[in-house]
Design a protein around this ligand. Sequence first.
Ligand code: ATP
Ligand code: RIB
Length: 305
Amino acid sequence: MSKIVVIGSLNMDLIAIAPRLPVAGETLIGSQYLSEPGGKGANQAYAAAKLGGDVAMLGRIGTDDHGIRIRTNLEAVGCNVTALRAIDGTSGVAMIFVAASGENSIVVIPGANERYLPTDLAADGHALTGTQYVLLQLETPIQTVIAAAREARRHQAKVILDPAPAPLTLPPELLRSVDILTPNEAEATQLVNGAPTELTPDQARGVSKHLHSMGAKTVIIKLGAKGCLLNEGETMTLIPAPQVNVVDTTGAGDVFNAAFAVASSEGASLIEACRFAVRAAALSVTRLGAQPSVPTRAALNAMAR
Ligand code: ATP
Ligand code: RIB
C-alpha cells in the first residue's frame, strides 16, 4: 500500500546536447550524449520517491537492458516496483535534443508502454488499495488512462492528470474523473482552442476557467519560467517561479507533479503544494536530464531558507 501511485510510461531517454535544435534536413555537431531512464510516468514516480514520498509505479517495461536500468533507477530511490512488469520486446525510448537555451524537442517510441492495456490495469488494480493520489499522463493508451482514473476513483484516491503529450481532445469521461488537471501552456491551449500557444497570466486565467468548465475540479496551468496558475474554482492564485539558470527543462513538468503530490500527501494545502512544486521544478531545470535533475529534499529545504 503506497500513498502515491503513478500509472504510466517508462522510457530510456537518449539525449543529445546541441547548440540549438536542428531544423528539417539539418545535421548539427553536438557536445554531449547521455542515456538516462525517463518517461513521464517513471519521472514522476522517481521524483516523488526521491523527494520523500511513499510511491509505487505501475506500467510496462520491455525485457531489454533498458528495462533493467529503468527498474533499477526507481528502486534506488525507494519506489515500490513490485507491480511493474517486464513484457517481451523493447522498452519505450525517447530521442531528445536539448539546445543551449534549455529548450528541447522529443520523439517517443512507446515500445512496451503502448501494450499496457485496460485488462493489465485491472490485474494491477490491487496496488491502489489505500492510496491517496494517483498520477496519470498520456503516454500509455488512452483507454488505459481512462480505466486507471476509474479504478482510482473506485479506491477513493484523488486523480492528478498531466495531459502530456498535448492531446487534441480529452474524453469527457476522463475529464470528469480528474480531481487536479495540470497542463502546461501548450497542452492547456491545445485543449481549449486546438492550437498550442504561450499565455500571459491573464490569458491563463481565461483558459483555466474553460478547463474547469469542461469538468476538471482543480486546474493548475504550468507556465514555465512564469511559475503556475492555480484555479480552485472559486479562487485563482498565480505562484511565481524562482529565477534560475536554465540548463535543460526536460522533465520539469514531471518534477512539478511529483512534488505537488508529495506535499499534498503530507497534508499541504493546494497553494502550499504548488509553492513546493515550483521550487522543485525550478531546481530541476538547472541540471541536465529528467531523472538526474530531480533535487533532493535537503536541496529544496535549503532553497526555501
Ligand atoms: P516539461 O519540459 O517536463 O514538458 P512542461 O512543459 O510540462 O515541462 P513547464 O511549464 O515548462 O512544463 O514547466 C513546469 C514547471 O517547471 C513550471 O510550472 C515551473 O514551475 C518550472 N519551470 C519551468 N521552466 C522554468 C524556468 N525557466 N525557471 C524556473 N522554473 C521553471
Ligand atoms: O516529460 C519528459 C519526458 O518526456 C522524457 O523523460 C521523455 O521520456 C518523454 O516521455
